[in-house]
Design a protein around this ligand. Structure first.
Ligand code: PLP
Length: 405
C-alpha cells in the first residue's frame, strides 16, 4: 500500500503556500524536499552528539564515529556494495566524478588516451573530463542518441579503440528522463576490458540499484537528490580500482603516518576522505535512505512510473506541446516547450501559480545543441507528488498558453 497522504505529511514544506497558492513542487531533479526524520537527525546530532569523528577517545567522539560509520554501512546496504571500504563520502555527484576523473587520469591515462561519455551528460560528467583533457591531453568521445533520446549502442561499440581507458555515462538523463541500459553499457565496456563510471544522480532516488549485480566499477550520487541533506554524496568504487587510484586531496584522515621525508596513506575508504568529513550529513543521508527503503524502492519506482505515464498523456493533450525525451524506458523527468513560448516565461508564470519547475539548459548544453534548442521547461516528480499536482501543472500551462495567443 502506497500511503501518499502519510508520505506527504512527512514533508512539512509541502504544506506551505507561495504567492498565496499551495506549493506544487515539481523541481525534484534539482533537489528533493526533506522528510522530518532527516531534518530532525541533523538537529538531534548537533544537540546531543556533536564531536569530531575518528580521532577522539572521549564518549561523544566515539558516539559520533559510530553514527558516521553506521551510515556508511547503510549506504553499502542500500546499493549492495560488497564492503564499506568501497563507500567513499564526498560532497556530491560532482565531487565524486571529479575525484575519479582526476585520479584516474593521473594514474591510468597518457596523452592521446580516450574516455567515452554520452551526448546526454550533465556538465559535471563532461567538464570533469575536459579538465583532464586540458591537463593531460586525453580525448573525449561521445555516444550519440536517436530522436527519442535513447543512446545508440551500435555507435557506442564503434567508439572503442585500443586507447579507450574508461567510460563515464549517466544512468538516467536529468533532461530527457531516459533510463539508459546501463547493464548493457557496462557489459560492452567490460568486453573491451574498460572500466565504467555510472552517474547515479538521477537514478538513486527513483530505481533500486545493485552495484554488484550491475558490475559497475564506479557509481556516484548526491544525498540531496534522494531526500538527504546538501553537501554529502557518495562515490562507490570497486575496491580493486580504489586501491589503484592515488589520493585526491591531502590532509587529516587520509594519512597513516606523516613525516617531512615520507607520508603513507590511510586504508580505504579513508584514503579519499581528507579533512573532517560531513558526519552530521552522513547520519542524515542514512536516515533518508532508511526512509525510502521503508517505503520500498520498487514501490517508489512503480508509483512514479504511474505519475509519469499520466503526466505524459495529459501534457500531450496541450496544443503546441513538444516533449523532449520519449525513450521506451523513462524516469519521472519531463522536458517540454509549448509553441513559441520561451521556457523562461513559462517557468516564471507557472511560478506565480505556485508551481515550481526548472527552466534553462539544465547543465546539459551539449544535449541542448543536439536537440537544436536553448532550453526547456522541466517538471520532475518525486515520491510525494500526485496526479492532482499534474492536473494543476496542465491547467497552469493552459493558462499561460492562453496569455500568449
Ligand atoms: N549528474 C546528473 C545527471 C545530475 O542531474 C546532476 C545534478 O543535477 C549532477 C550530476 C550534479 O549533482 P550535484 O550538483 O549534486 O553534484
Amino acid at each position: 500500500m502506497y500511503n501518499i497522504s502519510k508520505i506527504r505529511g512527512d514533508f512539512p514544506i509541502l504544506s506551505r503556500t507561495v504567492y498565496g497558492k499551495p506549493l506544487v513542487y515539481l523541481d525534484n531533479g534539482a533537489t528533493t524536499q526533506k522528510p522530518r526524520c532527516v531534518v530532525e537527525s541533523i538537529t538531534d546530532e548537533y544537540y546531543s552528539v556533536n564531536a569530531n569523528v575518528h580521532r577522539g577517545v572521549h564518549f561523544l567522539s566515539q558516539q559520533a564515529t559510530n553514527l558516521h560509520e553506521a551510515s556508511r554501512e547503510t549506504v553499502r546496504k542500500f546499493i549492495n556494495a560488497r564492503s564499506t571500504s568501497e563507500i567513499v563520502f564526498t560532497r556530491g555527484t560532482t565531487e565524486s566524478i571529479n575525484l575519479v576523473a582526476s585520479t584516474f587520469a593521473d594514474s591510468q591515462m597518457q596523452a592521446g588516451d580516450e574516455v567515452i561519455v554520452s551526448v546526454m551528460e550533465h556538465h559535471s560528467n563532461i567538464v570533469s573530463w575536459q579538465l583532464q583533457a586540458a591537463r593531460k591531453g586525453i580525448v573525449l568521445k561521445v555516444i550519440p542518441m536517436n530522436d527519442r533520446g535513447e543512446l545508440l549502442l551500435d555507435e557506442y561499440e564503434k567508439l572503442f579503440s585500443p586507447r579507450t581507458r574508461i567510460v563515464s555515462v549517466t544512468h538516467v538523463s536529468n533532461v530527457l528522463g531516459t533510463i539508459n541500459p546501463v547493464d548493457r553499457l557496462i557489459e560492452i565496456a567490460h568486453a573491451h576490458g574498460v572500466p565504467i563510471l555510472i552517474d547515479g544522480a538521477q537514478s538513486i532516488p527513483h530505481l533500486p540499484v545493485d552495484v554488484q549485480a550491475l558490475d559497475a566499477d564506479f557509481y556516484v550520487f548526491s544525498g540531496h537528490k534522494v531526500y538527504g541533506p546538501t553537501g554529502i554524496g557518495v562515490l562507490y568504487g570497486k575496491e580493486s580500482w580504489l586501491e589503484k587510484l592515488p589520493p585526491y586531496q591531502g590532509g587529516g584522515e587520509m594519512i597513516k603516518n606523516v613525516s617531512f621525508e615520507k607520508t603513507t596513506f590511510n586504508e580505504l575508504p579513508f584514503k579519499f576522505e581528507a579533512g573532517t568529513p560531513d558526519y552530521i550529513g552522513s547520519t542524515a543521508l542514512a536516515k533518508a535512505l532508511d526512509y525510502v527503503s521503508a517505503i520500498g524502492m520498487k514501490n517508489i519506482e512503480a508509483y512514479e512510473h504511474e505519475l509519469t505515464v499520466y503526466a505524459m498523456q495529459r501534457l500531450k493533450e496541450i496544443p503546441g506541446m513538444r516533449i523532449f525525451g520519449e525513450a521506451e524506458q523513462k524516469s519521472s523527468v519531463i522536458s517540454f516547450l509549448v509553441g513559441d513560448i520561451h521556457h523562461f516565461d513559462m517557468g516564471t508564470l507557472l511560478d506565480r501559480l505556485g508551481i515550481a519547475v526548472r527552466t534553462g539548459h539544465h547543465c546539459a548544453e551539449p544535449l541542448m545543441h543536439r536537440l537544436g534548442i536553448e532550453g526547456t521547461v522541466r517538471a520532475s516528480f518525486a515520491l510525494y507528488n500526485t496526479k492532482e499536482e499534474i492536473d494543476q501543472l496542465v491547467a497552469g500551462i493552459g493558462r499561460v498558453a492562453k496569455m500568449f495567443l
